[in-house]
Design a protein around this ligand. Structure first.
Ligand code: DMJ
Length: 642
């Protein structure tokens, strides 16, 4: 009766409401049914694992959406999960980076530029993975993807491939060499880097015109000098050309290596110098370019150097005849210098990793183990000579961080880094030695109170410091970056200031080979004194090298400015108009610095390379968490865990 009394509109509204409620009922039944179904379908094991508290059953993970695959992958790399939106600073700042576990290569490849992209773009990632399978370098060489790098001790089976991630990252470098040109990591080349490229080209022009294929350019006499007769400057400069993006020059040099570089020669070479410059240069060029030519050449020279280790003590001789396969110490002694026998390890170890042949690494590791056990050290500081017959240190009681000992300390740290920070004896020896430096060799000069590293001879302190010692601030900073204590960085900061003063307190703004510091204030005297026999400059790299590390780790632009001044002074006092740069005899005479008529190979191998890297704001342009530089500035890969 009531229904009939309603108007047609009212009846329609009521019918519509009923229908609507019915539809809602059906939908909610199907939605709620799923969880219950999954609860009731559980295996007995799952059900046993459920908590007893009934209310918690609703939160059972089984009813939650399955985790997305990309997240599951990242779960293996907690450091990536924590850094969802990493903003890579141009330069690392802040406290030292303690033992970051390097992710596996496949993840590393995707994350080094932009981890957030990986998280958000799984489809894109798949595409990238496919294209990584074969990478074309700018020279047209097809490069296979990298195998993860490992120490030979745990994996010396198959020959290794080059770190093609880096080969890829460096492909088509500096196509357009104008300021503003873009490197693969999208950081423009700046004016200062352009000035380095210009300097390199000028040096290269001299070498090409007057010394092509020979060891060193004599830019004034427009000729060359021969040391080993192996194109030393050309080989030392290969990876610099790659990094600077000098494609044409690189191609020409590569052609020379392919057609004219022959090691089957009756010639004596110095084991250390040929290892750091030739073997190191070939290995790093192989890594950057992916071109197997350089690995083949590296194997050849590596094998030819091995007779040096055939000594009664296994401490190698200084000289090897690479054609005859014989080795010998210098004519006047059976000693080798300590730096020489302990600064060939990075290169031979890497050669083992690449070839799968353990003999290279074993030979150099045996030397390090032996030196580790030797007596005659002074709080970790080593003497300068070691006898190849007895294996004992000789000339005890003299300690320096300069010539003949310098790179022993450098390679302790760098081998530890190269091997993935596992070889504790190396670290122990390094840390102990730095404590020894602090205890016996550090002093402050007057009037500026510069901290410097002197020498100790039979208990007598000498305020003498070689320019060579200026590698130390960079090495200390590298150690601090790799987790060593902050006092290492503090000392690095003090010492790089001193090395800077070794330039600015001199009339040409260029450092002499050796300085003596004033320990007592005297009117009209600077901190730095120079003896006539020490006032030459060989275009050495050590200060620029340390400036590079300091800038990378602190971001303080003053280090770039200091390096810029040095480049300008090299241009002012050492540049030869026809091409090339020359060592000079007198850094104290700006009107006549007395050119020596020699351009050392390390000017192209090291000095200009470190300048270019110093002026760069791209931390991925030879990333120091992936590469370790040998003592001739050739970057070699850090071995990643399997
Ligand atoms: C280079 O050959 C190396 O850096 C070596 O360790 C020391 N001397 C020169 C550069 O000065």
């Amino acid at each position: 009766k009531k229904w009939k009394q309603l108007s047609r509109l009212q009846r329609s509204v009521i019918l519509f409401l009923f229908a609507f409620l019915a539809v809602c009922g059906v939908i909610s039944y199907t939605t709620m049914g799923e969880p219950w179904k999954s609860l009731t379908n559980k295996s007995p094991d799952d059900q046993r694992a459920e908590p007893e508290v009934p209310g918690l059953k609703l939160a059972n993970p089984a009813v939650l959406p399955a985790p997305r695959k990309a997240d599951a992958n990242l779960g293996d790399y907690p450091e990536l999960s924590l850094q969802k939106q990493p903003k890579l600073p141009h330069v690392r700042r802040g406290p030292p980076n303690l033992q970051i576990k390097p992710p596996r290569r496949d993840v590393r490849l995707k994350t080094q530029h932009d981890t957030s992209k990986v998280l958000e773009e799984p489809v894109q990632t798949e595409k990238e993975e496919k294209t990584e399978k074969s990478v074309i370098s700018w020279r047209g060489a097809v490069i296979e993807p990298d195998q993860s790098t490992e120490p030979p001790s745990s994996k010396i089976k198959e020959p290794e491939k080059p770190s093609s991630m880096e080969a890829e990252s460096q492909k088509e470098p500096g196509k357009d060499l104008e300021p503003g040109a873009v490197f693969p990591f999208a950081v423009p080349i700046n004016e200062r880097q352009m000035a380095v490229i210009e300097a390199f080209r000028h040096a290269w022009k001299g070498y090409k015109d007057f010394a092509w294929g020979h060891d060193e350019l004599k830019p004034l006499s427009k000729s060359y000098s021969e040391w080993f007769g192996l194109g030393l400057t050309l080989i030392d400069a290969l990876d610099t050309m790659w990094i600077l993006g000098l494609k044409e020059e690189f191609e020409e040099a590569r052609k020379w290596v392919a057609e004219d570089l022959v090691f089957d020669k009756n010639v004596d070479v110095n084991l250390f110098e040929s290892t750091i410059r030739i073997l190191g240069g070939l290995l790093s060029t192989y890594h950057l370019s992916g071109d197997s030519l350089f690995l083949e050449k590296a194997k050849d020279i590596g094998n030819r150097l091995m007779p040096a280790f055939n000594t009664p003590s296994k401490v190698p001789y200084s000289d090897v005849n690479i054609g005859r396969g014989t080795a010998h110490p210098p004519r006047w002694t059976s000693d080798s210098t300590v730096a020489e026998v302990t600064s060939i390890q990075l290169e031979f170890r890497e050669l083992s990793r690449l070839t799968g042949d353990e003999k290279f690494q074993k030979a150099v590791d045996d030397v390090m183990k032996h030196v580790h056990t030797l007596s005659g050290k002074n709080d970790g500081l080593v003497p300068m000579f070691i006898n190849t017959n007895s294996g004992q240190f000789t000339h005890l009681g003299v300690y320096t961080l300069g010539a003949r000992a310098d790179s022993y300390y450098e390679y302790l740290l760098k081998q530890w880094i190269q091997g993935g920070k596992k070889e504790n004896e190396l670290l122990e020896d390094y840390v102990r030695a730095i404590e020894g430096v602090k205890k016996h060799l550090l002093q402050r000069s007057q009037p500026k109170k510069l901290t410097f590293v002197g020498e100790l001879a039979h208990g007598h302190f000498s305020a003498k410091m070689d320019h060579l010692v200026c590698f130390l601030p960079g090495t200390l900073a590298l150690g601090a970056h790799n987790g060593l204590t902050a006092d290492h960085m503090k000392l690095a900061e003090a010492l790089i200031e001193t090395c800077h003063q070794m330039y600015v307190q001199v009339e040409t703004g260029l450092s002499p080979e050796i300085v003596h510091f004033n320990l007592h204030a005297q009117k009209g005297h600077k901190d730095v004194e120079i003896k006539p026999a020490d006032r030459h400059n060989l275009l050495r790299p050590e200060t620029v090298e340390s400036l590079f590390y300091m800038y990378r780790f602190t971001g303080d632009k003053k280090y770039q400015d200091w390096g810029w001044e040095i480049l300008q002074n090299f241009n002012k006092y050492t540049r030869v108009p026809a091409g090339g740069y020359t060592s000079i005899n007198n850094v104290q005479n700006p009107s006549n610095p007395e050119p020596r008529d020699k351009m050392e190979s390390f000017f192209l191998g090291e000095t200009l390379k470190y300048m270019f890297l110093l002026f760069s704001d791209d931390i991925d342009l030879i990333n120091l968490d992936k590469y370790v530089f040998n003592t001739e500035a050739h970057p070699l890969p850090i071995w990643m865990p399997a």
